[in-house]
Design a protein around this ligand. Structure first.
Ligand code: PEP
Length: 251
């Protein structure tokens, strides 16, 4: 279960959020059995890593450079993220693809650097509303997954996660219904196998797009939905933990 905090918060509000998550994660019944990852903005990564140390909740970045190190103003490379306490990074979020013009090739290059540098990778894919309405959902997902195929050799299932995030469901309050999401996830899993991922059956596929405590259980009940990438609702620790419990209730 991954919380994407996007460009929200400040030192004080993030401290409150972290302490809520830390407190809830102490109680296994309250936390559920899901692997928990939070992705704060860059300046708060070290703060998060320190606050969550020993809690079992892991820290991820929202992006990573496609370069290794050196004269790349404004970039942050994988080794720096690890140094700040990150275990994971997102790449290919639709906000970056659309607002910052990130291409499939750049997303794959970032993924390659992340994996080579020792980070786990959470790669996002998903179609826009226009693409869905034009019947191009599968073609778009196939293109985005195929572009990640070059990572297949280096991406073990425990370090490579895919997130299906229909762009029309992100931050809109409009969620894919469980059947729509399941169909996309099944397609993505099959496409991973075709793109060369030997362990496609065990790659964790997260659904993201307006997940809330009220709709999480029905989404996570689907066979190919293994967890969630949560935006807005992850900014409230009680909501994030309530969603996490839906993914993997404690035994
Ligand atoms: C996201 O941006 O990754 C996301 C899923 O956002 P939200 O949950 O707010 O739709």
């Amino acid at each position: 279960m991954v919380g994407n905090w996007k460009m929200n918060g400040d030192r004080g509000s993030i401290a409150v959020l972290l302490s809520g998550i830390r407190a809830a994660s102490r109680d296994r019944a309250a936390a559920g059995a899901a692997t928990l990852v939070v992705c704060p903005p860059y300046p708060y990564l070290a703060q998060a890593a320190q606050a969550l140390e020993g809690s079992g909740v892991q820290v991820g970045a929202q992006d990573v450079s496609s370069y290794e190190a050196g004269a790349f103003t404004g970039e942050v490379c994988a080794s720096m993220l690890i140094d700040a306490g990150c275990a994971w990074t997102l790449v290919g979020h639709s906000e970056r693809r659309m607002l910052l013009g990130e291409s499939d090739a750049l997303v794959a290059a970032k993924g390659r650097r992340a994996l080579a540098g020792g980070l786990g990778l959470i790669a996002c894919v998903g179609e826009t509303l226009e693409e869905r309405e034009q019947g191009r959902t599968e073609a778009v997902l196939a293109r985005q997954v195929d572009a990640l195929g070059e990572l297949a050799a280096s991406a073990r299932a425990d370090r490579f996660v895919l997130a299906y995030e229909p762009v029309w469901a992100i931050g809109t309050g409009r969620t894919a219904n469980p059947e729509q999401a399941q169909a996309a996830h099944a397609f993505i899993r099959a496409r991973c196998a075709r793109a060369g991922f030997a362990d496609a059956d065990s790659i964790r596929l997260l659904y993201g797009g307006s997940v809330k405590p009220s709709n999480a259980a029905s989404l996570f009940a689907m066979p190919d939905i293994d967890g969630g990438l949560i935006g807005g609702a992850s900014l409230v620790s009680e909501d994030f933990m309530a969603i996490a419990r839906c993914a993997a209730p404690a035994a």
